[in-house]
Design a protein around this ligand. Structure first.
Ligand SMILES: [Zn+2]
Length: 66
């Protein structure tokens, strides 16, 4: 049921298009993971799955943790 949820671009108000699933690894990318994940980087998880969406109008890309 969650995959049917529509995400909207905050700037344009149009529906974001689902692109793909992406994985962020926290191990070995300490600087990057802190930048993206903040406190989550302190967890022991090595891979965090995200859904990637893109706005067809302004090309903004948004990530949502699964
Ligand atoms: Zn947009």
């Amino acid at each position: 049921m969650e995959e049917k949820k529509k995400k909207k671009c905050l700037a344009c108000g149009v529906d974001l298009q689902y692109m793909r699933r992406a994985d962020f690894r926290t191990g070995g990318y300490e600087g990057l993971s802190k930048l993206f994940l903040g406190v989550c980087a302190e967890l022991d998880e090595t891979t965090i799955p995200f859904d990637m969406y893109i706005c067809p109008t302004c090309r903004k890309i948004e990530f949502y943790a699964k």
